[in-house]
Design a protein around this ligand. Structure first.
Ligand code: M6R
Length: 362
């Protein structure tokens, strides 16, 4: 049942405020992250290893910024198909965390089995609680997104981030990096997200109009800095999957190290950048793109739009949020851009060619 939407993907994008609110309620009680006593001990662990595939891997890549910045916890992120065969050393004090919507992804399951008996603790973050990955973990944390039908993952990504954000806050507390007031403040920011996501969803019509031109592009570049870098990768993956347009995500600072060679007036450049401490650097990156006749689509907040000024091809103004959790909010325009570009192209959004919802063979 698509609940009046044209596609499951659209339904699932619009479910995000509701399912995220449910997830956040589950993982935090009032002013504190709530997990069963002793379920996780981030004070004792020396390293967090995050392993997944595809979109789940990008959720892990966002979370790395949170675990490192909030909790000072060294963090490795790996693609499951690489981790499982590389024979990486795994410390017996490490926590190994596997993220999977389906809980059945072959490479992620094999990576989990590799870490069993090596890491101190095997944790999974899954949408399907009775899945193989959940069953084989010491601790399985449900993301509570409800069934996700669209092959392009949207609400599962959002709720994976919801769970991982709570874990990062818990780690920060257990490692003595934040006090009770800061914990309450971070949770308050998270609780504000469903409302802000609703505001972002209201930009749909605008995004539909503006993606008309994007649908004509042969190639699109996405740029982001900090925790927005993995979101640039996710935005590019979404666009590739359902519109079949070639897209790449880059860390903004990498522009000069190669991708600027691709820039001309035929290659739209989507810059996802809330106004943060490094925003000025992003502006100078954009200027380099503009100087080469690149068409910049800036997604930012009102302050960012003002600083960036005119000259960009188009600007999408997002609500203001603490930059640390901005990837969750900015996931929404990234998803809507992919979805509406696909609508303009008339591709099969829910069943994109060559892709399966659950990849149970490697
Ligand atoms: O079920 P999983 O989360 O383990 O699946 C991982 C990837 O196959 C999945 O995220 C894939 O990249 C999606 N099609 C992305 O939209």
């Amino acid at each position: 049942d698509k609940a009046g939407h044209k596609h499951f993907m659209s339904k699932e994008i619009f479910e995000q405020p509701t399912v995220l609110a449910e997830c956040l309620t589950h993982y935090s009680a009032g002013e504190r992250v709530a997990l069963p006593e002793g379920a996780l001990d981030f004070a004792e662990t020396d390293r967090l290893i995050l392993v997944a595939c595809g979109t789940a891997h990008y959720a892990c890549s966002v979370a790395k910024y949170w675990f490192e910045q909030l909790a000072g916890l060294p963090c490795d992120v790996d693609i499951a198909s690489e981790f499982r065969y590389r024979e990486p050393p795994v410390s017996d004090r490490a926590t190994a965390l596997f993220v999977s919507q389906s809980g059945e992804t072959a490479d992620t399951l094999a990576a989990l089995r590799y870490a069993q008996g090596k890491a101190a603790r095997i944790v999974s973050v899954v949408n399907v609680p009775e899945s193989s990955i959940a069953r084989e973990s010491d601790l399985a944390l449900p993301i509570l997104a409800g069934i996700e039908v669209g092959v392009a993952s949207t609400k599962a990504f959002m709720n994976q981030l919801g769970v991982l954000a709570n874990l990062a806050i818990l780690a920060a507390r257990q490692r003595g990096r934040i006090d009770a007031a800061r914990e309450a403040e971070l949770l308050e920011t998270l609780r504000g997200l469903p409302g802000l996501i609703n505001q972002a969803l209201a930009l749909e019509e605008r995004i539909h109009k503006r993606t008309g031109k994007l649908a004509e592009a042969r190639s699109v570049l996405f740029f982001g800095r900090g925790a927005m870098f993995p979101l640039a990768l996710e935005g590019a993956l979404k666009l590739k999957e359902i519109s079949y347009i070639h897209a790449e995500g880059y860390a903004s600072g990498e522009l000069k190290h190669g991708p600027i060679a691709l820039v001309d007036k035929t290659v739209p450049v989507i810059v996802m950048a809330p106004r943060d401490a490094l925003f000025d650097k992003t502006v100078s990156n954009m200027q380099e793109v503009l100087a080469r006749e690149g068409r910049v689509w800036l997604i930012t907040d009102a302050e960012g739009a003002e600083i960036a000024g005119d000259g960009v091809w188009q600007t999408l103004v997002m609500p203001r949020i603490d930059p640390i959790f901005a990837p969750m909010l900015y996931a929404v325009p990234a998803q809507l851009i992919a979805y509406h570009t696909a609508l303009h192209k008339g591709t099969d959004v829910d069943q994109p060619r060559n892709l399966a919802k659950s990849v149970t063979v490697e």
